[in-house]
Design a protein around this ligand. Structure first.
Ligand code: GDP
Ligand code: MN
Length: 389
């Protein structure tokens, strides 16, 4: 799960990571009040969305008086911000964060995440921080250092000195960095994060290190342990279909093609998407209805797939192991009947009670295409979708 920058900065503050003074607002009047309440001569107005690269997209603005703060806030609020990390529709800006502007001397990059290869947490740092860290990684990877921390030994001062040396920090800043890295490390464990990113971490003109941006991701599987974090969820920033799928315990991800896929098992779902691609088509989604599925889940899965307007054909690929094929067939028929389906549905069933399942589909007279195997199922789905488009 993602949270907003302003929420991440609250957590930073709680873990002694320095952040600028600021406040959140959801109207331009409120934004002006926040600015007036912060002793400063300039302010930064920042659109709160679950995506980065806001700076280059007009989502981070420097204002020189509270009136200007209100103007920028008014422009951002209620709009959708498109950055190169969002899709073409962008994300809705429902609140803005206003903070005292910082005088930047240097911008660094600092993050903490899980390195699956070494099975440790790793700090990633670069003196070339700021907005273009992806370009640094692609063009001058030697400017990025990685410092892994053994979970049993924990964070040690030498880890911090290694990062401080790479960032060319002075003695005083080294101490500040140690406090920041300690805060990040403790926050990571305390709240079951999967990533904490500060880009940029800045040295101010006065020489102090401050987290100017804040991004935290959390491990969804641990959210039940952290009701305070779970309460920070902002559904407006999440794909509506993916959120609905979660309610029914379906694993659904929107992909943008025109062939809706309904599959049981993540591995089979991946193989099905590969097969669709191989036949020259494009999957509209990844959908794993799970092992212990039932009629209602199949119906919900159909609803999800069909709520995507770009879907021109549906490919159902189910292996009836735990759930028998006739139960799946009943679910498909109920859904197709109830939803007055007009687009072609190709079904490939395999496993327990497959003959009964296929017979039910054929005898229903609903125009479902029962395919022999995955190969021909994918081929037919792609052809039928092309015929419609
Ligand atoms: P992002 O583009 O979504 O990652 O948003 P950031 O919070 O990282 O802001 C983008 C850029 O805006 C930063 O890299 C800074 O260069 C600039 N910026 C943000 N806050 C301030 C500030 O207080 N003072 C100044 N001078 N620049 C800022
Ligand atoms: Mn940033």
């Amino acid at each position: 799960m993602n949270i907003h920058e302003y929420q991440a900065k609250q957590l930073f503050r709680a873990f002694s990571i320095p952040v600028p003074q600021g406040g959140v607002a959801d109207t331009s009047e409120q934004a002006q009040h926040v600015a007036q309440s912060l002793a400063s001569s300039s302010w930064v107005v920042k659109a709160q969305i679950h995506a980065g690269a806001r700076g280059k997209a007009g989502g981070v603005k420097l204002a020189h008086n509270p009136r200007e703060v209100a103007d920028y806030a008014g422009t951002m609020l209620g709009s959708r911000l498109v950055t190169h990390q969002t899709d073409a529709n962008g994300l809705p800006v429902n609140c803005v964060w206003i903070e005292q502007a910082s005088a930047i001397k240097t911008e660094f990059y600092l993050s903490l995440l899980i390195d699956r290869d070494s099975e440790r947490l790793v700090f990633i740092a670069s003196a070339a921080g700021g907005m273009d860290i992806e370009a640094v990684a692609a063009e001058t990877p030697e400017k990025i250092i990685r410092v892994t921390v053994h979970p049993a030994a924990g964070l040690q001062s030498y880890h911090c000195r290694q990062v401080a040396a790479a960032l060319l920090l002075n003695k005083e800043q080294q101490g500040q960095l140690q406090a920041i890295m300690t805060g990040m490390y403790e926050l990571f464990w305390a709240k079951d994060c999967s990533q904490i990113e500060i880009n940029p971490l800045i040295a101010t003109e006065e020489g102090n290190l401050v987290a100017l941006d804040a991004k935290i991701n959390f491990d969804d599987n641990a959210l039940a342990l952290h009701p305070d974090i779970a309460a920070m969820r902002d559904a407006s920033q999440e794909d509506a279909k993916e959120a609905e799928a979660k309610q029914f315990d379906l694993n659904y991800i929107t992909l943008g093609g025109n062939i809706g896929c309904m599959v049981n098992g993540a591995g089979l779902a991946m193989a099905t998407m590969d097969m669709v691609k191989l036949k020259g088509g494009a999957p509209a989604n990844f959908l794993d209805v799970g092992g212990g599925t039932n009629k209602d889940k199949v119906k919900e899965a159909f609803k999800l797939i069909l709520s995507d307007g770009s879907v021109k054909a549906v490919l159902v690929n189910i292996f009836g192991g735990i759930v028998k094929c006739d139960v799946i067939a009943a679910g498909i028929l109920a859904a197709v009947e109830e939803m007055h389906l007009t687009i072609p549905v190709v079904v490939r069933l395999e496993g327990t009670n497959v003959e009964q399942g296929l017979a039910m589909l054929k005898n229903a007279g609903l125009g479902l295409v029962a395919a022999e195997d995955l190969n021909s199922a994918a081929e037919q789905a792609v052809k039928l979708a092309e015929a419609i488009a």
